[in-house]
Design a protein around this ligand. Structure first.
Ligand SMILES: *Cc1c(COP(=O)(O)O)cnc(C)c1O
Length: 368
């Protein structure tokens, strides 16, 4: 049996007609860059997240970068984040001229360990970016508490957590800003590149809106240095169409995760993901921990099962950041990089496929 890691075609097959229609509307109105389709999506997504404002941008990386710039993060500043993430989180900090300061992650949730945050704060700390990794939110209350006591902004990297909740509140709505990616493989994916910042501060939204459009408040009158960070009209239209299905897709992911959990329970060297009691996991990634991951992964591939690794090299050990000399500083993160294996996970996965993956994985781990 063949089980792909991800199957975007299966999803397109279920909504293709509606998507095609929405793209035709953009084509016939020629609203290609920004415009009414982006504005409609911004209103819908802000409402979905429980925020007043959303600003559509070109990618999740731009969302993070523009949010930090909007908060005034600049050269000489420090921003605390987790090294167990996609590089874009740290990159956005570096692109502001600021320095990422890493703290290790929690053993169960793989997200920022709140107990390490306070010690990382200095007089130069401007913001904290918890990453809601794999679809599960970081433990926000203690992080927000520390940030409030020190007068530091919290920006959520919610690029993997569309629709996840923390004590009933949606990802993106707890910090001063929440940053989303709509990269095609994300839980809410565009048909191209796109991203978005949600916020409950109209002033911050206005800053970001200006900066994504070359710092102009009015055409050709530039108040500040910005970038071209606008969202495409077509992506706005596709995202509006797809947003209606997000909750159902997340629910399907949760059902699949529960089935994996059930089938993989009690296989001794294997650890299944932990859903923390404070929130609702949306399983962007379903990652298990296995010793000898490389062997397991290639053996599964030989059986037709494609897996992923998120991420093989933690950010502090990437060549781009290696000069920091931090090897060994974040042991949980480094262990995650060696042991985490992401199993096939997408809403259209079938029970038969899940059963096959679990069965093969069971056999392999039992053999050692
Ligand atoms: C995908 C992702 C990003 C970057 O989003 P892009 O749209 O690819 O720029 C940032 N952070 C995390 C955690 C991500 O998963």
């Amino acid at each position: 049996m063949n089980v792909p890691f991800l199957n975007l075609k299966a999803q397109y097959d279920t909504i293709g007609r509606e998507v095609d229609q929405s793209i035709r509307e953009v084509l016939s109105s020629c609203s290609f860059s920004g415009g009414p389709f982006v504005e409609r999506f911004e209103a819908e997504f802000a409402h979905y997240c429980g925020c007043c404002c959303a600003v559509g941008v070109g990618s999740g990386t731009e969302a993070l970068w523009l949010a930090l710039l909007g908060l005034g993060v600049t050269a000489g500043d420090e921003v605390i984040t987790a090294p167990n993430s996609f590089i874009a989180t740290a990159e956005a900090i570096s692109l502001c001229g600021a320095a990422p300061v890493f703290v290790d992650v929690d053993e169960d949730s793989y997200t920022m360990d709140p107990t390490s945050v306070e010690a990382a704060i200095t007089s130069r700390t401007k913001a904290i970016i918890p990453v809601h990794l794999f679809g599960q939110m970081a433990d926000m209350d203690p992080i927000l508490d520390i940030a409030n006591r020190h007068g530091i902004a919290v920006v959520e990297d919610a690029c993997q957590a569309h629709g996840a909740t923390y004590k009933g509140r949606r990802a993106g709505s707890l910090g001063v800003a929440g940053c989303f990616s709509f990269y095609p493989g994300k839980n809410l994916g565009a048909y191209g590149e796109a991203g978005c910042v949600v916020t409950s501060s109209p002033e911050l939204a206005e800053q970001i809106r200006m900066r994504r459009d070359h710092g102009q408040a009015r055409k050709y009158y530039h108040r500040m240095i910005g970038i071209n960070g606008r969202m495409d009209g077509m992506q706005g239209a596709v995202l509006s169409t797809k947003l209606k299905y997000l909750d159902a897709w997340n629910e399907a992911r949760r059902t699949h995760a529960a089935e994996y959990d059930r089938l993989l329970a009690g296989i001794s060297p294997l650890t299944t993901p932990v859903e923390m009691s404070y929130g609702r996991h949306v399983y962007h990634i379903y990652a298990v921990r296995v010793p000898k991951r490389v062997l397991v992964m290639s053996a599964l591939a030989a059986k037709g099962i494609s897996c992923g690794v998120h991420y093989p090299v933690p950010i502090h050990l990437q060549d781009a950041y290696l000069s920091r000399g931090e090897k060994g500083r974040y042991p949980v993160t480094e262990r995650c990089a060696e042991e985490l294996l992401s199993l096939p996970m997408f809403p259209e996965l079938t029970g038969e496929q899940i059963g096959y993956v679990a069965e093969q994985l069971k056999e392999l781990t039992a053999e050692g």
